[in-house]
Structures are given as C-alpha cells and as structure tokens.
Design a protein around this ligand. Structure first.
Ligand code: PGA
Length: 253
C-alpha cells in the first residue's frame, strides 16, 4: 500500500514572514493522514526545517547540482540540502527544464547524486500543450521518464525512495487540469515504464504524484484517480489553510 504524499513547491516565493505560514501549517497538521513535504526556496530551507523539527512535516529542496561538490559558483549540492535539513528534492521541474535548459540526462545525474546523499528525489515529467494536441503526451512522458531515471536503478532500490510527478506543463499555474481519465492514462503509462526498468514489484511501490493547479476544491477528485499517490502543489502550497485542506482531502472517500 503506497502512503500518499502531498508536496508543496514554493518556487521563487517566500521571505522570512512566510515562516508564519509554516507555524500555521504545523498547527493545522499535528498528525497528518499522509506524508507531507514543504519545499521552500533554498534561502529559507534551514529556517523552515528548524520550525518543523519534531513535526510530521518534512522539508525538501527545489533543485540540486548533479555533482557532489566542487567549484560551482552559486549552485547547491544534494548534500548541502540535506545538511540544511532537507530530506527530499524536486528535480526536473518544467520550469527548470525551460528556464535552465535542463535535459532528462541531467535530471538523471542529479537524481543519482540526490539518492547518494540520502534525499528522496521527486522526478518531474510532463507534456506541453502542443505535444498533447499532437497526440504525443504519452510518448513524451514515457521518454522523459526513461531518460530521467537514475542509472543503476534496479530491483534493489527501495521503491519508497523514489517519487515521480506528472505535471502537464499547460496545467501549471493556469487553473486548468486534465480530465481524470487522461491523468489515469498517463499514470498507468508511468507505472508500466517503471515496471520495465525496475520490475513490477518495485514499480508498484513508487509513488506517482499529480501536479498542476491542484487546489482544495479539486484535490479530493484528483487524489482519487487510480495510480495517483499524491500531489505536487505550487501556488496553493503558499497558504497554510489551502495546503492543509489539500492534505486533508487526500483521505476523503
Ligand atoms: P501550481 O504549480 O500548483 O501552481 O499549478 C504546480 C507545480 O509547478 O509544481
């Protein structure tokens, strides 16, 4: 049985005052019904980790470098994220792929480094609107998955230590979401792709998140779609009340 995971991606938002939202989130979720993760900007990571110490809410980064350490001005390694209190890291978000030209091969290298540092990688894949319109959505996400998975992934990897997020680019920050059948179709394809790589038993243990305009109002329906094991939430994760409502929706019938 896969335990649901609700992860919040604060993106390039969050100044010191946002810590009040963290305090409110902690108060709202003393015993959350699923795994909960907040991914603040790197500047706040340690402070958020300290504010959540002893709670059931984890902290993650939004990116890391593919190398473990070295002369990389301005970059942050996976081990440095872990040192600041992170236990997970979002990798290959479409905004990184678009804004920084990140390829799936680079994402795979980052995932390998993140896992070596003990972080849970959340690998993001998703098609553009044009790709969906061309009927290529499944092919695109299948290919991104295959190329973004770290080398050496086999049946020996604990599947609970890997998360994949399906985030259609056209649904991010737009208020639009795919139909439930479309999400189920993509998640089924991702599960099959993982099975081809890791074996069916291991693939069955990997959590597949849906991301893109998840809100309190649509969360229960999205989280009830077959093979949806949680959500990656952007805008709605910035407000404790909204994010807590999404977490609560994860267990509604
Ligand atoms: P959104 O972002 O919830 O604001 O659409 C999701 C994401 O980019 O992870």
């Amino acid at each position: 049985m896969r335990r649901k995971l609700i992860a919040g991606n604060w993106k390039m938002n969050g100044l010191g005052p946002a810590l009040a939202e963290i305090a409110a989130l902690r108060a709202a979720l003393p015993d959350p019904p699923c795994d909960v993760l907040v991914c603040p900007p790197a500047t706040l990571l340690h402070r958020v980790a300290v504010a959540l110490e002893g709670s059931y809410i984890g902290v993650g980064g939004q990116d890391c470098h593919a190398e473990a350490a070295g002369a990389r001005t301005g970059d942050i390694s996976a081990a440095m994220l872990a040192d600041a209190g992170a236990r997970a890291v979002i990798l290959g978000h479409s905004e990184r792929r678009t804004d920084h030209g990140e390829t799936s091969a680079l994402v795979a290298a980052k995932a390998r480094t993140a896992m070596a540092a003990g972080l849970l990688p959340i690998l993001c894949v998703g098609e553009t609107e044009a790709e969906r319109a061309a009927g290529a959505a499944l092919d695109v996400v299948r290919m991104q998955l295959v190329l973004s998975l770290p080398a050496g992934l086999g049946e020996t990897v604990d599947p609970a230590r890997l998360v994949v997020a399906y985030e259609p680019v056209w649904a991010i920050g737009t208020g639009r979401v795919p139909g439930e059948a479309e999400i189920a179709e993509v998640h089924g394809a991702l599960r099959a792709g993982l099975a081809a790589r890791m074996g069916a038993a291991a693939a069955a243990g990997v959590r597949l998140l849906y991301g893109g305009s998840v809100k309190p109002a649509n969360a229960a329906a999205l989280l009830a779609v077959p093979d949806v094991d949680g959500a990656l939430v952007g805008g709605a994760s910035l407000r404790a009340t909204e994010f807590a409502a999404i977490v609560t929706a994860s267990v509604r019938p």
